[in-house]
Design a protein around this ligand. Structure first.
Ligand SMILES: Cc1cc2nc3c(=O)[nH]c(=O)nc-3n(C[C@H](O)[C@H](O)[C@H](O)COP(=O)(O)O)c2cc1C
Length: 204
């Protein structure tokens, strides 16, 4: 069996904020796994990691909302909903870019999302680490015609790239030899051209 995992990167995905509630407080997480299943009647599916707090909320309540993120969604949205758990933090605290739908769940508003879809779970399929929730669509609204964000767009334009580490040290003005370190010893002699420490300058 030949499996090249990077073939998975060729699948095209959208990015979504999935919201749910325990009846008192709402929570949400980022997912890339929302799919329309059927048209008549309208059904969608979402696939959620069992360790996510949002999974627990959907399992218990049977309802959720999916906000389709547009290319205007900044990294802050991903940081808030995708890099922290609602078990440790109230993700909707002082968050104003949302409105409440018919099922009392918040969805992300037009600055960052172009549509939302609410679902009522009709079936749960155990997929090991994840649960596939199949749901009837109970509400759906278009907010604007901004382009939907794809996973590819997120990686290319939204997710910050790791900054190359800045080297600290001193460069020999005579031959270009680089001494790496915070302090250049006063008696240092260039191992290449034999010039003294006074011929070195800090790396820019
Ligand atoms: C770009 C991106 C895509 C993600 N896709 C999924 C996904 O499809 N399913 C999932 O369960 N978690 C996904 N996650 C991870 C959850 O959003 C993350 O674990 C979140 O912190 C869970 O929050 P919660 O514990 O409050 O539910 C994704 C995260 C990011 C940043």
């Amino acid at each position: 069996m030949s499996i090249n995992n990077t073939a998975m990167f060729k699948l095209s995905y959208g990015l979504f904020v999935l919201t749910a509630s325990d009846g008192r407080m709402s929570n949400g997480c980022i997912i890339n796994t929302c799919t329309q299943l059927t048209q008549e009647p309208l059904k969608i599916s979402i696939c959620v990691n069992k360790s996510n707090y949002t999974h627990e909320l959907i399992s218990n309540s049977g309802v959720f909302a999916v906000s389709i993120l547009s290319e205007k969604a900044p990294f802050d949205i991903f940081k808030r909903f995708g890099f922290a758990s609602g078990r440790d933090t109230n993700k909707f605290y002082e968050f104003t870019d949302c409105e409440i739908g018919e099922n009392n769940l918040p969805h992300i508003t037009g600055n960052f999302s172009n549509a939302f879809i609410s679902g009522k779970v009709i079936e749960q399929i155990d997929c090991g680490t994840h649960t596939l929730f199949i749901a009837d669509v109970t509400e759906a609204e278009v907010l604007n015609n901004d382009k939907s964000m794809t996973y590819e767009y997120y990686f290319a334009n939204v997710k910050p790239k790791p900054q190359p580490e800045k080297k600290r040290g001193y460069v020999c003005k005579i031959c270009g030899y680089v001494y790496e370190g915070d302090e250049l010893p006063a008696d240092f002699v260039c191992p290449i051209c034999k010039h003294p420490a006074s011929d070195f300058e800090p790396l820019k």
